[in-house]
Write a protein that binds this ligand. Structure first.
Ligand code: GDP
Ligand code: MN
Length: 379
């Protein structure tokens, strides 16, 4: 789950990472009220889950209520790279001496946490990464050892931060690491991490991605839900407990097992089609699960054909076939279906499907043939 900046800052605050005082506003009047609370000057910030808000005009400084009105009015409803601004964050403006960059994420190849720190943070960090990568100090952190204060100090020195920022930066990096590990984030990024003229270091922006697999041990994450920018199909699938990822094509895919679901997407691509989704119904493939899966795919207007690809393992073919037949009774499917059923007791399964076969429900013996048929039907 990606957090908005204001949620990321709330998350940071739990780990004692210094952020500016502020509040959210959904209207111009609320923005003025928040500005009065935060104290002028303030900065009015578009809350959208996309970078580069500053450059797009979604971040504005305001010295008084009139300026807040103007900026809030302009920013609310603004389209930033396809994201429409519905909410603002208004905080007390900081004086900036320097803008740094700090983040933690997982380096899957190295199987270690990766910390990145740069003295050249701010809105040009992508350019720095591209043209001047040595300006970003990288450290790999063994998850067992964690980040020690000594290591953080060496890292800060390597990144060449200003000497007066050292203590504050070390403190924030240790807290940000805790936030990332104990807070179960996949990404915790501060850009810019600022040094003020008074020598204070603090987070001016927050980009946090929480690891959904850890949601079971974070009931407090519930407060972040509800505002996620989520594909309507994915929301429906999540409600039904399905492993679903929405894609842009026209062939709806249902497979059992994530590996098979991915191969199915590949094969559909290979024969010239495009998958509308990735959907793994797991091992069971009961009527209930199959009906849920078909319902989600049915809700997708772009789907022109459905490819059900089941390889029976522990799940037997006749159970799957019965599941499909019962599901078809329950859901009125708009697109034609091609089924490939193989594996344990596939013969019995196909016999069960036989009397139900028609132009709208076809069976093919192999994955490749079924994919071709589905792609053909989708045209
Ligand atoms: P982003 O463009 O989406 O990354 O949004 P940020 O929150 O990082 O803000 C972009 C830029 O706006 C920052 O790099 C700062 O230069 C500027 N900015 C943001 N907040 C303040 C503030 O409180 N005071 C000042 N002077 N500038 C700010
Ligand atoms: Mn930023």
């Amino acid at each position: 789950m990606d957090l908005f900046e204001y949620q990321g800052k709330q998350y940071f605050a739990r780990f004692d990472i210094p952020v500016s005082a502020g509040g959210v506003a959904d209207t111009v009047d609320e923005a003025v009220a928040q500005a009065e609370l935060a104290g002028y000057p303030v900065v009015v910030k578009a809350q959208v889950q996309v970078g580069g808000r500053g450059k797009a005009g979604g971040i504005k400084l305001a010295d008084n209520a009139d300026e807040v009105r103007t900026h809030a009015g302009n920013i609310l409803g603004m389209d930033i790279k396809g994201h429409v601004v519905k909410r603002l964050w208004v905080e007390h403006a900081s004086d900036i001496a320097k803008e740094y960059y700090a983040s933690f994420t997982l380096d899957r190849a190295a199987k270690l946490h990766l910390g990145m720190l740069s003295a050249q943070g701010g809105v040009e960090i992508e350019q720095v990464a591209e043209e001047n990568p040595e300006a970003i100090a990288r450290v790999h952190i063994d998850p067992v050892d964690g980040l020690t204060e000594e290591a953080a100090r060496t890292w800060v020195a390597e990144a060449d931060l200003d000497p007066e920022a050292t203590e504050g930066a070390v403190d924030i990096l240790l807290k940000l690491y805790r936030c990332y590990v104990e807070g179960d984030a996949d990404l915790a990024e501060i850009n810019p991490l600022i040094l003020t003229p008074e020598g204070k270091v603090h987070a001016l922006d927050a980009k946090v991605t929480l690891d959904d697999n850890a949601a079971f041990r974070h009931p407090e994450w519930d407060e972040f839900r509800g505002l996620e920018v989520r594909d309507a199909r994915e929301t429906l699938a999540a409600e039904k407990g399905l492993q679903y990822v929405g894609l842009d094509g026209e062939v709806g895919i249902i497979a059992n097992g994530a590996g098979l679901a991915m191969s199915t997407c590949d094969v559909v691509n290979q024969v010239g089609g495009a998958p509308a989704n990735f959907l793994d119904i797991g091992g069971g493939a009961s009527a209930e699960v199959m009906a849920n899966a078909l319902e989600v795919i049915n809700s997708d207007e772009k789907v022109k054909a459905i490819f059900i690809n089941i390889f029976g393992g522990i799940t037997r073919g006749e159970e799957v076939a019965n599941g499909i037949v019962q599901a078809l009774d329950r859901v009125d499917i708009k697109a034609p279906i091609v089924i490939r059923l193989d594996g344990t007791n596939a013969e019995q399964g196909r016999e069960i499907l036989q009397p139900h076969l028609s132009d709208r429900l076809r069976s093919k013996p192999t994955m490749l043939e079924a994919a071709r048929e589905a792609v053909e039907l989708a045209r």
